[in-house]
Design a protein around this ligand. Structure first.
Ligand SMILES: NC(=O)c1ccc[n+]([C@@H]2O[C@H](COP(=O)([O-])OP(=O)(O)OC[C@H]3O[C@@H](n4cnc5c(N)ncnc54)[C@H](OP(=O)(O)O)[C@@H]3O)[C@@H](O)[C@H]2O)c1
Length: 341
């Protein structure tokens, strides 16, 4: 079989498509014939060992996201149909509850080998079935970004669920899933982007209101304007240093900021009284457990109108390195996916 691996140096020169023996499933595992994989910015950073020692050691199979068809069962595996599709969960050993300090030691695509291969084994207990109505490339996107958005939205104050206002920032994978999942759950969504063209596309995904954050740097105030001065119930905060001040402003008293990412910087100076005087809540979100994946897949099962936003260009397996190098250009809209088989 073929697999992509960062072979002997942490760089795109070291990223190679190699021949390797097909693995055999061990006890409690299934063998997946991979159908499709998808990309996150993390995967691009990982090529350059961007997560330091959390990147793991060489050689490393990159990518955390993918879906495969079960083609063989290891000892002790029962109740799993050959031919059914399963998605390996992002953090293999985080099953439920608190993640604990070492959960990320079992993250796919660094430090553990990831999904960019024709066949891979996964413990049944660390994988979930995929709803029928998703195509392979759609199903392959339902991993890192989707579970993060799912858990970010779960922090919505109970009083605001069903009809609350959610703000999403930019058009990265987490934000698009947050927009789509929030709409599916009945929220009103205010979405931002630096591009008017992308704002139009956000509307086609269901955004109720949009703001160009380049044209309107004080977009937190604009959110107040769109909510009769009250503010949003939840902000899915992916920007970090450059956006947290506006997110704090945009959030209502007793509302929540789900802290997810730092595409616009990590070290922030913030006006803390804005948080404690108005009892705003900031909570860190870090992907999700296997139990969270089960909950999300159960929710999506039967939601036949729900389809992850995919970029128009689907890559072939041979083109995976090109797909990764397209990520920082930021020209895509929706998840970048790669068909494996
Ligand atoms: N905590 C977790 O578990 C977790 C999981 C996944 C990802 N993350 C993190 O979450 C962040 C987003 O991940 P992703 O995969 O969705 O990223 P991504 O696809 O790389 O997002 C890129 C987008 O971010 C938007 N952006 C950049 N600067 C912005 C700003 N100042 N204000 C608003 N939007 C801005 C841009 O949108 P426009 O082009 O529309 O302007 C850009 O297209 C990253 O920092 C990532 O590391 C965290």
């Amino acid at each position: 079989m073929k697999q992509w691996q960062i072979t002997d140096e942490w760089s795109f020169d070291g990223l190679k498509l190699v021949d390797t023996p097909r693995p055999e499933p061990g006890p409690g595992e299934v063998l997946l014939k991979m159908k499709a994989v998808s990309l996150n910015y993390r995967d691009f950073l990982m090529i350059g060992r961007g997560y330091g020692k959390m990147s793991g050691d060489l050689s490393l199979v990159p990518l955390s996201d993918g879906v495969g068809e079960v083609v063989a069962l290891g000892d002790g595996v029962e109740g799993i149909a050959l031919g059914s599709r399963r998605l390996p969960c992002f953090i293999r050993d985080w099953f439920d509850g608190d993640s604990g300090p070492v959960a990320f030691n079992s993250a796919l695509g660094g430090p553990l080998d990831g999904t960019a291969r024709e066949y891979m084994c996964t413990p049944v207990a660390s994988s979930v079935p995929v709803p029928e109505h998703f195509s392979d490339v759609e199903a392959a996107t339902l991993c890192c970004a989707a579970i993060t958005a799912w858990n970010a939205l779960a922090e919505m104050p109970k009083t605001a669920q069903n009809g609350g206002t959610v703000v999403t920032l930019g058009t990265g994978g987490v934000s698009l899933f947050a927009l789509q999942l929030a709409k599916a759950q009945g929220a009103r969504v205010i979405a931002t982007s630096s591009s008017d063209e992308k704002l139009e596309r956000l509307k086609t995904l269901g955004a109720d209101d949009t703001i160009n954050y380049r044209d309107v740097p004080d977009w937190g105030k604009a959110v107040l304007g769109l909510t009769d001065g009250r503010g949003a119930d939840l902000v899915v905060e992916v920007g970090g240093a450059d956006t947290i001040g506006q997110s704090m402003r945009a959030t209502r008293a007793d509302g929540t900021i789900s802290l997810v990412g730092n595409v616009a910087g990590s070290i922030a100076e913030v006006n803390l009284p804005l948080v404690f005087m108005f009892r705003k809540r900031m909570i860190g979100i870090s992907t999700g457990s296997v139990a969270d994946f089960h909950a999300m897949m159960t929710y999506l099962d039967g939601k036949t109108n729900f389809h992850p936003a995919l970029d128009g260009h689907i890559y072939d397996f041979d083109g995976l390195s090109d797909a990764l190098q397209a990520l920082p250009k930021g020209e895509h809209f929706g998840k970048i996916a790669v068909r494996v088989a």
